[in-house]
Design a protein around this ligand. Structure first.
Ligand SMILES: Cc1cc2nc3c(=O)[nH]c(=O)nc-3n(C[C@H](O)[C@H](O)[C@H](O)COP(=O)(O)O)c2cc1C
Length: 280
């Protein structure tokens, strides 16, 4: 069902807010965005070049800081190259390889540096702000791509796990200085509807006028219950069970805090440095 009440219940779980249909007009874009789900199961069917070109134009239609467009996208269709990337993320097999297209969304501060040389200007912005702008530009382009792809009936899944072995990934795609991956993205035709993942309630995430997180303590348990009811976290998906054990009810907040109790990808700063990116 694609009426507003069902879509919001899909997104937040049951009982968040009573709504009547008259409240807000829905359109296909809102419906599609509210129905978003990452796709980890693909049909054996290719994505044609014309459609891909439109999706890429949608990606490039995203806003970009000062219109500097400090990002690049690498499209990987070649089976061997996709297999080499798949080897870096064995936990995602076999669905990862089945997606007919893999895209890498990259922050790219190289292009402007090259243009500075071509135009004969100094380049004085190798710093944290530029890194942030490039990462945001790349993320917005990726999100526009996802929205466009889903509106066309395609499925996608962002893949930050490619950053687990970032040096090898950079080598496979021949990434030069000034270019860094924010995430990969699988693209293909979904072979099942997927499941909506419950989001935190607006009472936790959205603040009016000033920041105020007083509601967190009271709101997190009900959120955890709604998320658990939708999709319990199975033992195999519970984080660091060697340290914390397996729980019958491992909630979203339990698992998220378990995850971040150990450092992840601490090699990233060194990778950026190796690509000549400063975070001053
Ligand atoms: C930057 C980013 C990186 C992600 N990396 C991975 C990944 O490496 N593997 C994976 O299976 N999903 C990955 N995801 C997908 C998230 O797990 C997914 O978006 C989240 O669980 C919410 O589910 P939904 O997208 O279906 O709503 C990533 C998402 C984002 C935005």
């Amino acid at each position: 069902m694609d009426d507003l009440a069902s879509l919001l219940e899909g997104r937040y779980g049951p009982g968040i807010k009573e709504r009547t249909e008259a409240d807000t007009p829905l359109n296909p874009t809102l419906q599609s965005i509210l129905n978003h789900r990452s796709c980890r199961s693909y049909l054996d069917r290719s994505v044609d070049d014309d459609l891909l070109e439109i999706l890429l134009a949608c990606a490039q239609s995203a806003p970009a800081k000062s219109n500097l467009q400090q990002y690049s996208i690498v499209v990987v269709r070649d089976t061997d190259r996709r297999a080499r990337v798949a080897e870096l993320v064995p936990g995602l097999s076999p669905w990862f390889e089945k997606a007919p297209v893999f895209l890498a969304f990259l922050g790219d501060v190289r292009r402007i540096r090259r243009l500075a040389e071509i135009r004969g200007h100094d380049y004085a912005n190798n710093n944290a702000d530029t890194f942030m702008n490039a990462a945001v530009d790349a993320a917005l382009a990726m999100q526009n791509f996802i929205v466009a792809a889903e509106s066309a009936g395609l499925g996608t899944c962002p893949i930050s796990m490619i950053r687990n072995r970032i040096d090898e990934f950079a080598e496979i795609l021949n990434l030069p200085d000034g270019v860094f991956p924010i995430a990969g993205l699988t693209l293909g035709w979904p072979d099942w509807g997927g499941m909506l993942s419950v989001r935190l309630p607006q009472s936790i995430v959205v603040h009016f006028e000033t920041y105020d997180d007083d509601a967190l303590n009271a709101e997190i348990d009900p959120h955890d219950d709604r998320a658990h009811e939708r999709k319990p976290i199975k033992p195999g998906s519970q984080r660091h069970t060697d340290r914390y054990g397996v729980l019958e009810k491992c909630t979203w907040s339990e698992n998220a805090t378990r995850q971040l109790s150990e450092p992840e990808r601490s090699q990233f700063a060194a990778f950026l440095k190796s690509k000549g990116i400063e975070l001053k």
